[in-house]
Write a protein that binds this ligand. Sequence first.
Ligand code: AHM
Ligand code: MG
Length: 335
Amino acid sequence: MTRKISLTRYLVEEQRVDGAIPADLRLLLEVVARACKGIALAVNKGPLGGVLGTAESENVQGEIQKKLDIIANEVLIEANEWGGHLAAMASEEMEGIYVVPHRYPKGEYLLLFDPLDGSSNIDVNVSIGTIFSVLVKPEGAGVSEQDFLQAGSKQVAAGYCVYGPQTTLVLTVGDGVAMFTLDREHGSFVLTQEDVHIPVDTKEFSINMSNMRHWDVPVIRYIEECLAGKEGPRGKDFNMRWVASMVADVHRILTRGGVFMYPWDRRDPDKPGKLRLMYEANPMAWLIEQAGGAATDGRRRILDIKPEQLHQRVAVMLGSKNEVERITAYHAPAG
Ligand code: AHM
Ligand code: MG
């Protein structure tokens, strides 16, 4: 009988056998996973738990918060603040950083998260998720927002948990991508896929087509060529999928390939994109690269962007390598 490998065992082996992670990072990831189990429970209860609908508040991005956005944020903070592995946290739902209170011991890690991504899908029973990214605090006394402003290439762990028909935790510590499925009877995450690899070519794209008239020329060109199908310059038919939860769209791409785009558009031209760099684009970009894909903002590798603000936005093109390279080439200045 093949033995099931739990997340705990996987992480212990990453620590002990491969030397890929220190003990404190293992603890941090286990705590994040435990918090995700708590969020999954709240998500699953839906109307029975009284958790649907909007709260009477806005987040720093001016978006109306859903009750579950706030609940998920609290679950992650409460789970992580006392373990001694963190210096501070930052979240889509909080304007400033959350420094671990003085009553608890401090560690060297910084945790960033989007507690519940895909908020527009919460009330309609469509997949949503938690995205997280882990950095090391630069040396020095205390902790400040400045300490968080590190390029995505500095991440030491990143992942997401998707709450769909199954609850799946997807993780990288820089040693490939592993997927764990929540076994509800045993209450533990079980390794269900290792060495995840995205095919370099694809016939599937993921973009909010309703914004087409607002896009820039290179994105319109790319999508028009896909839509032209067999008769067009690409010589093949493309399929389209758009869940409107980045976690679910990225999960599909990690599972069977594809390309996901949330480009800059003219609706709000001063913003570089809709998605947030530090707790949405960076962790997803690292997962995608670890699985053999690519991630750019149309011009630069996402992981090379040096953040200037905690809640900075960015255009995102990620997934099957050859498609992302094509879209990025379309953005290059002619000549
Ligand atoms: P959120 O973090 O407030 O949920 O917003 C991010 C989400 C992504 O999950 C998704 O790709 C995108 O916003 C959907 O945007 P749209 O409303 O244009 O479909
Ligand atoms: Mg989000």
